[in-house]
Design a protein around this ligand. Structure first.
Ligand SMILES: [Zn+2]
Length: 243
């Protein structure tokens, strides 16, 4: 954990080795955001300030900003090289770009956050994999889109999986459990627990990704570090940013 800056965040050694600015920010980094719908001006201003402080913390405050408001579905968007700056996307759970002027960001609390990086064309990507996205193969399909759009070799892609709820803590009902293979489920006292991280790692491997980092911290068990929707029933989220 890097505490040397104003905000603390966790990093992937593989991404750091390649000099990719990124961070899974602890809850301290957006403690003061209370989600509002509809949002007030005060909320909007504090959200913009927060987003700027994330970029400052990872030394890319010169970058434009693309914020992905997760839709909890499985749609992927490739922004390409000439993406507009300082926009909020509300319809996607994965975004790609090969611009080196843009930071991609989203917020999460229990779902699986994934960063992607391809060094040859400097493609970066973010994936938000909840149960719907995971069931829709979002991690695998995002790699397939990278291959299709950029003709890259998936073995060169680095994937970094951030803090997420673990397979012992993520209880689901039968209707969700039935969608997943047995190997992703733990049954305990008649309750079903789903291992979303494992399912996403398998999808990345199936798509040909060989370099996978994982920050193995369960959000449900570590609410002093990260927000957990399941544990706290909170509208707050922690940030994941890559530039
Ligand atoms: Zn756990």
């Amino acid at each position: 954990m890097d505490k040397s800056k104003t905000l603390s965040y966790f990093t992937s050694p593989l991404l750091s080795k390649h000099g990719v600015p990124h961070g899974f920010f602890t809850r301290q980094a957006n403690e003061h955001i209370v989600y509002e719908n509809p949002p007030s001006k005060k909320y909007m201003d504090s959200a913009v300030d927060n987003r700027k402080s994330w970029l400052r913390a990872i030394d890319i405050d010169d970058h434009g900003f693309v914020f992905m408001e997760c839709a909890n579905q499985d749609k992927i968007l490739d922004l390409g090289k000439n993406s507009p700056f300082n926009i909020t996307l509300s319809d996607n759970d994965a975004v790609l770009t090969n611009s080196d002027q843009i930071a991609l960001a989203f917020t999460v609390a229990d779902c699986v956050p994934i960063f992607l990086f391809e060094p040859g064309q400097r493609i970066i990507g973010i994936v938000h994999a909840g149960w719907k996205g995971t069931n829709g193969g979002i991690a695998k399909r995002t790699i397939e889109m990278m291959i299709e759009n950029y003709k890259i070799a998936p073995k060169n892609v680095i994937a970094a999986i951030g803090p997420a709820i673990c397979g012992k803590c993520y209880e689901v009902k039968n209707d969700v459990g039935d969608l997943f293979a047995k190997k992703y489920k733990n049954i305990n006292n008649g309750k079903i627990y789903l291992d979303l991280v494992r399912a996403n790692i398998d999808q990345l491997k199936k798509a040909g990704v060989k370099q996978i980092d994982r920050i193995d911290i369960c959000t449900f068990e570590n609410t002093h570090l990260f927000y957990s929707y399941r544990k706290e029933n909170t509208p707050k989220r922690f940030a994941a940013v890559i530039g």
